[in-house]
Design a protein around this ligand. Structure first.
Ligand code: FES
Length: 87
């Protein structure tokens, strides 16, 4: 989409997207069960907090693969570039 957004302290990727008007799927309110918020990290995988237990479980069950993260479970701690299948 070419949008640049800045994260606030302890803000999830989904929260940043919502605040910035970036459309990201979500159907569970960000509790980590629907996997609609999956994003692909193009750059800066190390700039995201490690997967939570919930994210690990969902990622394994849905076989998301490396580089895919749940935006509602990720807190941004540095610069990153993400995309989705539907943008
Ligand atoms: S919003 Fe449902 S898993 Fe992220």
């Amino acid at each position: 989409m070419g949008v640049v957004a800045a994260a606030r302290t302890d803000e999830t990727l989904l929260d940043v997207a919502r605040r910035s008007g970036i459309p990201l799927g979500n159907a569970c309110g960000g509790v980590g069960v629907c996997a609609r918020c999956v994003v692909e990290v193009c750059q800066g995988l190390e700039a995201l907090t490690p997967p939570t237990t919930i994210e690990q479980r969902v990622s394994s069950e849905r076989r998301l693969g490396s580089g895919k993260r749940l935006a509602c479970q990720v807190v941004i701690i540095g610069d990153c570039v993400i995309t989705t299948d539907y943008w």
